[in-house]
Design a protein around this ligand. Structure first.
Ligand SMILES: Cc1cc2nc3c(=O)[nH]c(=O)nc-3n(C[C@H](O)[C@H](O)[C@H](O)COP(=O)(O)OP(=O)(O)OC[C@H]3O[C@@H](n4cnc5c(N)ncnc54)[C@H](O)[C@@H]3O)c2cc1C
Length: 438
């Protein structure tokens, strides 16, 4: 039987980052991936000469966030990032840069002036809520919003909730916005956040990886130390065997012996592979995933001129529009434009119906676009394995079984997407260290 210090289950970005870090720390690592490709929902592939990603991606906190920390520490080859540019808010034909600070908010004419003042007031109410000790994790955004604002203003806030948390203002806790940059729930982080509101110039540390998302995955794999990492695709893990500690990993083809397991699939699927105490499985069952639909269009005419993305706030469904070929023209053939339109999806939906509605939304916003379509491609994907919403549970890096750890976007609350995945890996490494396993 083959023996490895660590077996990583899943070759998404969380699993690959874990494998890289542990191999660089001297461990022998086997990665087992059930699909015949790696990268999970962070990769690229070709359709009709266009290089598409798994959904539009802005890689956040590139100056001093968790992903940067892992790149600095473990990458031999670092992907090149193009600045992500501005976020533009579009309401019908009107388009304006996102108002990042209070000064810009007061001048943000897409929202009625009275609403801007009312929403400002509710921001200060938020400070009050926090100072009176009200629980920011169970207070929804809708509770602190004035009830008499216009539908457009409510949609604007709702858009932010859907695209950062994956759920509505009624289900988004205010903690999601105030705990974004730090894990410390103390007053300093709140003050920091409000200071940001006063002076922020916007998300200046976000980027798009040149060559597409795949260039991040390629950089990780190229950085694996020789002879320390083995990667097997098309091999699904079906069982984890243990006594008082981890023993074997059973796949459809093989049995492997190891000392430690890092599991990076859905935490809610873990009970199908291993016996866990009821308190733990009950908690995992309450995790709520986020669903999304992305439509990719290849266009023979450049319709989206701005270097940046657009937030479509009063469409149904809401959309986030990212013209990726504006960051890297080589992603589209013949000087064409490649654009992704991401839509949030309800818990229950009919795929064909949602695809039709989403496509019609694009055409309603840009009626001329139909004349220039060269390629259409649809993706239904799960961007976050757990929504940080009021009624949703979360997994944890540490499990009740010795030497079995979890990573991924359902094991860590901080930030979102790739940054959240990176936070989970850093937390897993810290936990392994404090357990004496590293
Ligand atoms: C539409 C969309 C837009 C997004 N936008 C952004 C963005 O703007 N910014 C950002 O930072 N992030 C964004 N993300 C999110 C980001 O891509 C994900 O959060 C991140 O890639 C998740 O990585 P992961 O490794 O945790 O999970 P996954 O990518 O899901 O990887 C898990 C892997 O484990 C494998 N696996 C599961 N079970 C088993 C098993 N039993 N045996 C073997 N293998 C198994 C799966 O096949 C998969 O490859 C977006 C995602 C989508 C879909």
């Amino acid at each position: 039987m083959d023996y490895y210090d660590v077996i990583v289950i899943g070759a998404g970005i969380s699993g690959l980052l874990s494998a890289l870090a542990l191999a660089k720390e001297g461990k022998s690592v086997l990665i087992l991936e059930k699909e015949d490709y790696i990268g999970g929902v962070c990769r690229s592939y070709e359709i009709d000469g266009y290089r598409l990603d798994t959904g539009p991606h802005a890689i956040t906190r590139l100056e001093n966030g968790p992903f940067k920390e892992l790149m600095d520490e473990y990458f031999d080859v670092v992907p090149r990032f193009v600045p992500f540019g501005k976020y533009y808010v579009r309401i019908q034909e009107d388009i304006k840069p996102f108002p990042w600070n209070i000064n810009a908010w007061l001048k943000f004419s897409l929202i009625p002036k009275t609403d801007r003042l009312l929403i400002m007031k509710s921001l200060f109410n938020t400070l009050y809520v926090l100072n009176t000790g009200k629980d920011s994790a169970t207070t929804p955004i809708s509770d602190i919003l004035p009830s008499n604002i216009s539908e457009t203003s409510r949609n604007f806030i709702n858009w932010l909730c859907y695209f950062t948390v994956g759920t509505s203002i009624e289900n988004t806790p205010i903690s999601r916005f105030i705990d974004n940059k730090t894990n410390k729930r103390d007053s300093f982080s709140y003050i920091g956040q409000f200071y940001d509101l006063l002076i922020s110039e916007g998300a200046t540390d976000q980027g798009y990886p040149k060559g597409g998302l795949q260039s991040i995955i390629n950089a990780i794999v190229t950085s694996f130390p020789k002879d320390k990492v083995k990667l097997k695709t098309g091999e699904e893990v079906v069982k984890i065997e243990h006594s008082d500690k981890i023993e074997n990993v059973v796949t459809s083809q093989n049995i492997y012996e190891c000392d430690t397991i890092i599991y990076s699939g859905f935490a809610s699927d873990l009970p199908n592979m291993v016996d866990l105490p009821f308190e733990h499985t009950e908690h995992l069952n309450s995790i709520k995933k986020i669903n999304s639909l992305t439509i990719w269009l290849g266009l023979t005419k450049k319709i989206f001129e701005n270097h940046g993305s657009e937030m479509w706030v009063n469409t149904n469904p809401f959309a986030w529009v990212v013209p990726t070929s504006n960051y890297d023209p080589s992603l589209a053939p013949n000087g064409n434009q490649l654009v992704s339109f991401a839509f949030t999806l309800p818990d229950e939906y009919d795929v064909d119906e949602m695809r039709k509605r989403a496509f019609n939304t694009i055409v309603e916003m840009h009626p001329e676009i139909e004349n220039y379509i060269d390629m259409v491609h649809y993706q239904e994907l799960i961007p976050e394995k757990a929504a940080w919403s009021i009624n949703s549970g979360f997994g944890d890096v540490k499990t009740p079984i010795k030497n079995l750890y979890c990573v991924g976007t359902d094991t860590e609350k901080r930030s979102a997407g790739v940054s959240r995945a990176a936070y989970s890996v850093l937390r897993c490494l810290d936990t392994m260290r404090s357990d004496g396993n590293l």
